[in-house]
Write a protein that binds this ligand. Structure first.
Ligand SMILES: [Zn+2]
Length: 279
């Protein structure tokens, strides 16, 4: 086959297919969600991926996290905590971003905290009280029993105290034991959500207003329970960019920042809440 025919019949269709794949994977053509809507980002660990493990989506590498902070700063994003977001949401400037971290992994202190100080960022940490030796991943799916997350070091109370007194972090509730709210009775649910709040308030000597549903799982009555217990807002584990903070005060959507995303995907998520066309 001549080179010309090869190009016509093989390379052209292949590159067209590649372009289509790229377009749907990173839907660069989709419209930005209005920048008046703040972006609430969800992180877990800031650590390098561990080859061959299941939860690398929860591990954003320190290098990628720094690149994200640098980009946010260079593009004039305004960092807020969840309290600041809720208290001022009608007067927030365009391009406001709330960084949130779930569970209380130690790398939030060793990796995220110094980088956030460096770039003048702040964030909200949803902290589990009994976070050491607690294999909560099995509470979502019984077969998630590899012990991968239980082996990850968690924050000490001293580290949490320092992160809070620096002003870089604010703390939110994430239950006492990282329970699955859909599998426990009402009494346990109240205890998990309120005792953790009281313990954090005692430890940190400040009001705990924000709550994150563990695994993002919640029952129909749970938003009302969070409100009844004195929280002022609660976040989900997914959903993209929240566009109605008043209406969804106890069901706020978050943009999932995955350790499996590249930098283009991060920029797409800041623009549309999604990496590509569908998710
Ligand atoms: Zn969690």
């Amino acid at each position: 086959m001549s080179n010309l025919l090869f190009a016509l019949y093989i390379l052209l269709p292949l590159s067209a297919l590649a372009a289509i794949w790229f377009s749907f994977r990173y839907a660069w053509w989709s419209k930005a969600v209005d920048y008046k809507h703040p972006r609430i980002l969800m992180y877990h660990m800031v650590s390098d991926p561990k080859p061959g493990t299941k939860f690398n989506g929860l591990r954003v590498s320190p290098a990628m996290f720094e690149k994200q902070l640098q980009w946010l700063k260079q593009n004039n994003w305004n960092f807020v905590t969840m309290n600041q977001l809720i208290d001022n949401h009608s007067q927030l400037p365009e391009k406001t971003v709330a960084l949130t971290f779930d569970d209380g992994y130690e790398d939030n202190y060793t990796q995220a905290y110094p980088l956030m100080k460096k770039y003048g960022a702040c964030g909200t940490l949803y902290l589990v009280i009994n976070r050491h030796n607690n294999d909560w991943s099995t509470k979502k799916k019984a077969h998630h029993n590899s012990g991968e997350l239980v082996k990850e070091p968690k924050l000490s109370d001293d580290q949490v105290n320092e992160m809070v007194s620096s002003g870089v972090f604010e703390i939110g509730g994430h239950t006492t034991n990282h329970v699955n709210l859909n599998t426990i009775d009402k009494q346990t649910k109240y205890a998990e959500m309120s005792e953790s709040k009281a313990m954090l308030e005692e430890q940190l000597n400040t009001a705990i207003n924000s709550f994150a549903y563990p695994f993002g799982i919640y029952g129909t009555e749970d938003p009302a329970i969070a409100k009844e217990l004195g929280y002022t807002n609660a976040v989900l584990a997914e959903g993209g960019i929240e566009t109605d903070i008043d209406k969804n005060r106890f069901k706020l959507r978050r943009v999932k920042i995955s350790g499996k995303d590249n930098f283009l995907a991060f920029k797409m998520r800041m623009k549309t809440g999604k990496r590509g066309w569908k998710k």
